[in-house]
Design a protein around this ligand. Structure first.
Ligand SMILES: C[S@@+](CC[C@H](N)C(=O)[O-])C[C@H]1O[C@@H](n2cnc3c(N)ncnc32)[C@H](O)[C@@H]1O
Length: 215
């Protein structure tokens, strides 16, 4: 486990979750203006995950539970979120309870790369997680092994301006971060054994992709 990433997200859980806050008008305007890519990847994920009624979902690196709860709200029968940052999971459990989804959402503390899950799921997602994986093929292969339907994952692209700025920001936070070319995402998918493959650009991120694959 990369303890730097785990520590980073544990310490910054509330700050991370504030990206989704829509309550205060000022914060809503700020988020909708400067965090368009976060909202776009959210919309793209659900566009490609539907129909969700009765499905089971594994949400890897579930963070503060925004996706897990949305899966449940859209009809998923059961959602399992895995994350190694306890601060994130505390927010996820709170958010699920506040949205009446606690009975369908289970949050498990652990590192997905070593976690033993006996189950296979209809949908397996990892949103904003490949940014921090130094063994992306093995990570995606494990996602495929736990899936009997669709895999959805996001990958940050290599851009001229955003990439160095983000690298610098994470360097100060002592958290390594990775970036991918579209061809690298294709190669990783092929090596991990994904069949149908669609790579959808996230326009608002400069570069960045949503990978949609069927097992
Ligand atoms: C950028 S956040 C994304 C959270 C959520 N998916 C979202 O988009 O709102 C990345 C999350 O992945 C978790 N994470 C990264 N690598 C992980 C691993 N190997 N096992 C479990 N959690 C991991 C981090 O702790 C963090 O909460």
């Amino acid at each position: 486990m990369d303890t730097r990433t785990q520590r980073h997200f544990d310490h910054h859980a509330a700050q991370f979750d504030s990206m989704y806050h829509e309550g205060q008008p000022l914060q809503r305007t700020f988020n909708r203006t400067f965090r368009k890519a976060i909202y776009e990847r959210f919309a793209l994920t659900f566009e490609h995950a539907e129909p969700l009624a009765g499905k089971t979902v594994l949400d890897i690196g579930c963070g503060s539970g925004r996706y897990a709860v949305e899966f449940a709200k859209r009809g998923a029968a059961r959602v399992v979120g895995v994350d190694y940052a306890p601060g994130m999971l505390a927010l996820a459990r709170e958010y699920a309870a506040a949205n009446g989804a606690a009975d369908r959402c289970q949050f498990v503390e652990g590192d997905f790369t070593t976690e033993l899950l006996a189950e296979r799921f209809d949908i397996v997602v990892a949103i904003g997680v490949f940014d921090y994986q130094d063994m992306p093929v093995e990570f995606l292969r494990k996602m495929v092994e736990h899936c009997r339907g669709r895999v959805i994952a996001t990958f940050p692209g290599r851009s001229l301006v955003r990439m160095p700025l983000r690298k610098l920001r994470y360097w100060f936070g002592n958290c390594p971060v990775l970036f991918y070319r579209e061809q690298e995402v294709r190669d990783i998918s092929r090596l991990a054994g994904l069949c149908t493959l669609q790579i959808v650009p996230i326009h608002n991120s400069g570069t960045g992709y949503v990978l949609v694959g069927d097992v």
